[in-house]
Design a protein around this ligand. Structure first.
Ligand code: MN
Ligand code: MN
Length: 500
């Protein structure tokens, strides 16, 4: 039988819109699931996916990708890389799998929503492949860490994390639920496919892949490169949706969706990627700073992509640039100080040469973040390790859920931004999280941060042990301790001490 070229059948085959006769169009595609923007279906039918692929081609390509990633893993398993890897680097892997594996599975639901409720046949077609992509990402990123659980029970968090109420996971889920799980098909495409996947995943996938290769972890490098090749394809669902929105007079709505999502995902990415890049990767293996990666893979590219699609820079651009210099440094200090609340072993990574590097990459680091660490170092050299632990929880932002913080030291830029709503006071880390909240109060008002739950009696009794258990710590695996057993602080001990 003669086979047609794809170009001869593709457009006809994907034109699957029809006029329903048993139910109303509005029942088949309810606004809140499909399109609350009142863009006519004829406009959605102009959706033209830039990347065209048939199911047969898709399956063949994906099969090869999986075979390649799994065979690299199998070949390298014998090297026992993870058994001798630096604990800082293992932190990166533990954070990554826990934050990402089940988020990929969640993204499957987002794509499924577009597959069912998208108004454009081409969008539904691409989202079907996107859904299969995300299923692969979920499965492969559960399987790879699974073999490490025997050596180190904290790897169990790859599967456990998203089922827990750990503070870091509450933050990740709050943001991902907002961006991926609770919007109509079109808003999901703008938020997830454009702001998240086009805007931010390159830093994670390309930046981390470079660092992993420098470490000699070719298994992880191959894995995330393989995943990113799928993301680069299905991320393209977002662009035509935004273009159709703008053509139909909905630019403000598209800009809003994209700006909310970009900020929300940025706040978690800075921690999942920024902290490992600038602190967990051993100094001699760091290729670039997080800030340098951000400028190359996000700032320059995202600005151009926004312009190409017809949108503007977010109103908070200057605040975002400032946050690149701050947010992950604050959270590194916080995570280390509350190290027993996480499922990895945070490293201080502020020995003299590391501080020199930080000061070079982030001028002013020493007199601000260094000031925070000086207080800790002072306790460590006096052998008062117990003074370096925190006894209470910090105030968390009611949008991003992270501890409210900013530059420490003499400049002391930490400020809380507040709003009152129906008798309750809400706290925010930045004017941007406050803006997100105020732009859609009903959506965000009911949520309780981990600290709200401590004060409103959800967590009982109010003891450290109960709080840790509530967060899933010490249930299957233990919480964190300083990953390098404070060796990084030794150079700060007085010379006389060292001679004793
Ligand atoms: Mn994915
Ligand atoms: Mn994706």
């Amino acid at each position: 039988m003669a086979l047609l070229d794809r170009s001869e059948w593709y457009d006809i085959a994907r034109e699957t819109n029809w006029t329903p006769s048993f139910v109303a169009e509005s029942e088949l595609f309810p606004d809140e699931m499909s399109d609350p923007y009142d863009v006519p279906v004829e406009a959605w039918e102009t959706f033209d996916e830039p990347y065209k692929i048939s199911y047969r081609q898709y399956v063949n390509i994906q099969r090869e990708k999986d075979a390649a990633a799994y065979s690299v893993k199998a070949a390298l398993s014998r090297q026992r890389f993870y058994e001798s890897a630096d604990v800082g680097y293992l932190n990166l892997i533990k954070m990554h799998y826990a934050a990402i594996a089940l988020s990929e599975y969640a993204a499957c639901h987002s794509d499924a929503r577009m597959t069912r409720f998208g108004r454009a046949p081409g969008m539904r077609n691409m989202a079907t492949f996107g859904m299969l992509d995300e299923m692969r990402h979920g499965q492969i990123q559960l399987w790879f860490p699974h073999e490490l659980v025997g050596n180190d029970r904290q790897f169990d968090w790859a599967h456990e994390a998203h089922h827990s109420k750990n503070w870091a996971i509450l933050a990740a889920r709050h943001s991902l639920d907002d961006v991926m799980m609770s919007r109509d098909a079109n808003t999901t495409a703008m938020m997830l496919n454009f702001a998240f996947e086009v805007g931010l995943t390159n830093i994670q996938m390309i930046g981390l892949a470079n660092d992993a290769a420098n470490m000699g972890d070719y298994t992880f490098q191959n894995l995330i490169t393989s995943i990113q090749s799928d993301e680069a394809r299905h991320a393209q669902i977002g662009v035509p949706v935004i273009e159709i929105m703008i053509e139909n007079g909905k630019k403000a709505e598209a800009q809003y969706a994209v700006d909310v999502a970009f900020w929300r995902i940025w706040r978690i990415f800075a921690i999942a990627v920024g902290v490992p890049m600038d602190y967990y990767i051993p100094l001699e293996k760091r290729e670039r700073s997080f800030k340098e990666y951000m400028h190359e893979f996000v700032i320059t590219q995202y600005e151009r992509q926004l312009r190409d699609v017809g949108l503007d820079r977010p109103w908070y651009w200057d605040l975002f640039l400032d946050d690149i210099e701050n947010h992950h440094h604050c959270q590194q200090g916080g995570i280390w100080s509350w190290r027993e609340t996480v499922w990895w072993h945070p490293v201080g990574a502020v020995s003299p040469p590391e501080r020199e590097w930080l000061e070079e990459k982030y001028p002013g680091w020493n007199e601000t973040y260094g000031y925070y660490w000086d207080v800790i170092i002072d306790q460590l050299v006096k052998d008062r390790e117990e003074m370096t632990h925190q006894n209470c929880m910090p105030i968390c932002c009611n949008v991003c859920q992270f501890p409210i913080s900013n530059r420490p030291g003499p400049v002391w830029k930490a400020r809380v931004h507040q709003t009152d709503h129906e008798g309750r006071r809400y706290n925010f880390c930045t004017p941007v999280c406050k803006w997100v909240f105020e732009s859609d109060v009903e959506r965000y008002a009911g949520n309780e941060t981990i600290v709200d739950r401590m004060y409103n009696g959800t967590i009982q009794p109010q003891t450290l042990d109960a709080v840790l258990k509530y967060m899933g710590i010490g249930v299957i695996s233990e919480g964190g301790r300083d990953g390098h057993d404070y060796r990084w602080a030794d150079p700060y001990r007085p010379v006389a001490d060292a001679a004793e």
